[in-house]
Write a protein that binds this ligand. Structure first.
Ligand SMILES: *[C@@H]1O[C@H](CO)[C@@H](O)[C@H](O)[C@H]1NC(C)=O
Ligand SMILES: *[C@@H]1O[C@H](CO)[C@@H](O)[C@H](O)[C@H]1NC(C)=O
Length: 224
């Protein structure tokens, strides 16, 4: 809370939060199959092919994630499961999903009121994705549309044909980086070669984090 060092900065911070607007995330399913979009915070929405979900994300949100779930079945109370990307069996996700799943990640209105956003393959890959700003003159988006599942190394391939990250499979520090100190591996280079703008291992920040001015709107497209 060092930004609230004195009452003047507290005053301006309060003013900023009072007048800032939520960011609009337009989540679209362009896949030829049904996707159950998931968002933390935000919940979930069944998207048939070509359907969109306009989601408002609060100012100052950190740890935000959007991902695709597939092969889901839910009962009338919103309980069930998904083959891929399941979040504790809930239609309305309250927690992150089970890997493998490609992630659109974001933290809004952070340092210097910048939004930080990325696509991460640190939890593996399921459905191709584009994550792009749509307003505020911010134009650099991220896209990961290559058929990673089809080229997935045998060690990482799931029985249903998706692509795990090596941390999920081997659970070693080399891949999971729990020590906070790790580098690229042959497996991370497999992901990086196919999607150069996406996180391929936990310390891949330099080439994988993008920024826009806070207040920007975004689109997330599955199968762009
Ligand atoms: C969301 O994106 C879809 C597909 O590009 C578009 O047709 C739709 O108008 C967008 N909705 C909003 C609210 O921006
Ligand atoms: C973001 O989207 C919201 C809702 O569609 C809209 O009211 C707002 O003007 C947009 N912001 C920018 C910077 O275009």
């Amino acid at each position: 809370m060092s930004i609230f060092k004195n009452s003047i900065s507290f005053f301006f911070a309060t003013l900023f939060i009072t007048f800032a607007h939520a960011a609009r995330f337009n989540i679209t399913n362009n896949c030829p199959y049904v996707v159950w979009a998931a968002a933390v915070l935000g919940g979930g929405r069944q998207l048939n092919s070509k359907e969109s979900w306009p989601l408002d994300v609060n100012v100052g949100t950190t740890g935000g994630r959007v991902w695709a779930r597939t092969g889901c079945n839910f009962d009338g109370s919103g309980r069930g499961s998904c083959q891929i990307g399941d979040c504790s069996g809930l239609f309305q996700c309250q927690a992150y999903g089970v890997p493998p799943n490609a992630l659109a990640e974001f933290a809004l209105n952070q340092y210097l009121n910048l939004d930080f956003f990325d696509i991460s393959l640190v939890d593996g890959f399921n459905v191709p994705m584009d994550f792009s700003p749509t307003s505020n003159g911010c134009t650099k988006g991220i896209t990961c549309t290559v058929d990673i599942n089809g080229q997935c190394p045998a060690e990482l391939k799931t029985p249903s044909g998706y692509c795990n990250n090596p941390c999920t499979v081997f659970k070693t520090d080399e891949y999971c980086c729990n020590s906070g100190n790790c580098g690229p591996t042959t497996f991370s280079e497999f992901f990086k070669n196919l999607c150069p703008d996406a996180y391929s291992y936990p310390k891949d920040d330099a080439t994988s984090t993008f920024t826009c001015t806070g207040g920007t709107n975004y689109s997330v497209v599955f199968c762009p």
